[in-house]
Write a protein of this length. Sequence first.
Length: 362
Amino acid sequence: MRTRLLVGGCAAILAGPVSAQSSVTLYGSVDVGIDFVSNSQGKQLYQVSSGKRTPDRWGLLIKEDLGGGNSAFARLEAGFVTNSGAQINPTSFFNRDAYVGVSNNRWGSLSLGNIDDYIYQYVGRLNNSVPGISSFYNPGNLDGLANTHALNNAVKYETINFHGFQAGVMNAFGNQAGNFSAGRQYSFGAQYLKGPVMLGVAYTMSHDRTADIFGTFSLRSLLGQPLKQGTMFNASSYSTLAAGGSVKIGRFTPHVTYSGVKLENSKGSATLNNYQAGVNTDLTGNGIYILGLSWSHSLFQGLVINQYNLFATDYLSKSTQVYAGVGLQRASGPGARAAQFGYQPSTTGSQTVARIGLNHTF
């Protein structure tokens, strides 16, 4: 349960005038568990890790009613590592979100800052990892369905929710004098959320962005660039198209997701296609025990990667859950090595990741 604080009690944080129509919501998630990895660079691995169900984070959501259907808002969100207490990004404190904006109940909202793109906002909730575990994401999370790539220097417009439909567009400036396109990113998307139906589609384009192709696929070269451990692929353009949907039918919620990632440089282009499908089942009909089955299929540069997932969740309360999950990945093709998202690659085309954990949100 999120904790709501009156701005009058947080004047030091806001450093500005307070009003009875203003509030600050403190929220977050703490998630720790034990992992088993069948092959992590050639060896079995047992470890304690965090943020594998939902990212460990805390944040402040600030709202002020300006009257006349207008409001102001801001969000500051930081990630951390529960099992060590470390900041997840030592160079960026509010690494997940940091933005401020205004909204109108007829015209929508305008915000500026460090903001998640629409791939994550509109499609991220529909993939296999929700509410599974993070290794159920597509290889390397190159499609951005996990929240690991917020757009810096962004300006975002989003419509109001009109009978379940909502859309938006955003542009992230490269901030380089004399070259508007260098480092620029933009994203747009639409979603429909009403009753048992959830649909989302989004597109994001990034200029001059890197990708960990060697760490994800163990490829030693791509489009003329030699690759090795720690060497990133430099894409002059990096585009992602994603779409997904789910529908609740009684105790069952089937879901499907597609994402396509296109990497380009002066030598040509390479495309990663990801397909996901699964079903989540409410075993008791009251949302306490959830069982999920899912499958994903990825194609890239002659490599074929299939992953089969199973998870189970016991909701002890609305904010606390015990969960367990296992993912089996099989990779085939030239030099194929399995590598589930968030873990070191296998030395073979097979890798199993199992986890049991405890997650608390507030």
